[in-house]
Design a protein around this ligand. Structure first.
Ligand code: NDP
Ligand code: X2W
Length: 347
């Protein structure tokens, strides 16, 4: 039985990590820590986590988090390094935040306002890489894993098979993705009050400035084996959870609809969580809410010479907490899908 601690347990991501651990057969929850909510009952901040309601949130310190087999960090950017450094090298640390996702320090400095902390193994097991290997090969037995951002998870899984198979050009990739508001975290934000969000959609971080842009480029470049440039536009959608990423890229000359289908089919044929839909069906956020599953569809727009690839994920599940548990399973040698195979909650 793994003794796991969760830092940032009072937030959306931390709460979702706990929801997955509640049903994990090989994990028991040890310390749960918070910022301002330290001292509160967990039931007061996450009333839906019934089995953990009487746990008391502790302060987020290295001392509190020490002594566990694994620690999941769900803290704001910039806080993970100090905590991870204080934990022993034998402890598995899974970071839901962005601090260790980027391998390029200058990309970090361009898009983030905290000092570059370095990079850890990148927690996207399904990332298809050239030569038939996948992201999971880098995760087995790892002690430090960075969980991908939610938009990068959806966007990468939508497009990476085409780059791994060599059918896409890397210089003309356009991604527009809509996210539910929980992606922004629990803290109150003026543009995320109910009246601002309900019944309305709006873009933000427009013009190549959103911090997930270099992360998506990093992933697609890893699949392609060469640089990829992405124009990424995020959009807020009036729903609590879910991401729908619509991604297009130019195909290489001679690419047919069959080549495209085969590339995506091969990449995900054995994946327990990534489902390439039957032709004619399209990813829908309602199908994946509450689950670690991803829906993907792709079609060749022959007139424009582009693929259109779409993915739907739950930003808090496969987009954060489900991925964290999946990575932990791989790190400690458990079957990857342990505790994660349940379906979503539609409608
Ligand atoms: N929401 C999402 O869909 C996704 C989130 N993530 C990442 O997960 C991490 C958490 O995000 P999310 O849960 O959405 O954010 P929330 O704002 O909902 O939660 C943040 C958590 O961090 C705690 N916290 C805040 N400041 C401090 C501090 N100075 N010291 C210790 N603890 C602190 C908060 O405690 P308290 O409230 O008690 O002050 C809370 O538990 C972030 O790095 C985010 O980027 C990644 C992918 C998707
Ligand atoms: C709707 C919304 O605001 N979403 C967040 C992304 C959430 C996520 O994946 O966050 P991290 O990279 O910070 O871990 C945003 O655009 O900043």
């Amino acid at each position: 039985m793994l003794n796991v601690a969760v830092a940032g347990a009072s937030g959306y991501a931390g709460g979702e990590v706990l929801r997955w651990f509640e049903r994990h057969p090989d994990a028991r929850v040890g310390a749960v820590t918070a910022g301002g909510n330290a001292g509160s009952r967990l039931g007061a901040v996450h009333p839906h986590l019934f089995s953990l309601a009487d746990r008391v949130l502790e302060e987020t310190t290295v001392d509190t988090l020490r002594g566990h087999d694994a620690v999941v960090l769900a803290l704001p950017h910039g806080h993970s390094a100090a905590v991870a450094e204080g934990l022993g090298d034998d402890v598995v640390v899974i970071d839901c935040g962005a601090d260790f996702r980027l391998r390029d320090g200058s990309a970090w400095s361009t898009f983030y306002d905290t000092p570059y902390a370095g990079s850890w193994a990148y927690g996207l097991p399904e990332l298809p890489l050239r030569g038939g290997v996948s992201g999971r090969d880098t995760l087995v037995g790892e002690k430090r894993i960075a969980v991908p951002g939610c938009y990068p998870t959806a966007s990468t899984l939508a497009l990476a098979p085409g780059f791994a198979a060599g059918v896409l050009e890397g210089d003309d990739v356009v991604i527009v993705a809509a996210s539910g508001t929980s992606g922004a975290g629990k803290a109150l934000k003026p543009n995320l009050l109910g009246a601002e969000v309900m019944g309305s959609m709006s873009p933000y971080g427009v013009g190549g400035v959103h911090r997930h842009t270099p992360e998506i480029e990093q992933n697609l470049a890893a699949a392609a084996g060469s640089p990829v440039t992405v124009s990424f536009t995020p959009t807020l959608a009036p729903m609590p959870r879910g991401i729908l990423a619509t991604c297009t890229a130019r195909v290489r000359p001679g690419t047919t609809a069959d080549t495209v289908r085969e590339a995506w089919r091969t990449a995900y044929a054995d994946e327990p969580f990534v489902h390439l839909l039957e032709p004619g069906s399209w990813p829908t956020t309602a199908h994946v809410i509450g689950s670690n599953h991803v829906e993907v569809q792709v079609v060749l727009d022959g007139r424009a010479g582009r693929v259109v690839a779409v993915a739907a994920v739950d930003n808090l599940a496969k987009g954060t907490a489900g991925a964290a548990v999946q990575c932990l399973n791989l790190a400690v040698g458990l079957p990857e899908s342990t505790g994660l195979l349940g379906s979503g909650v539609a409608p």
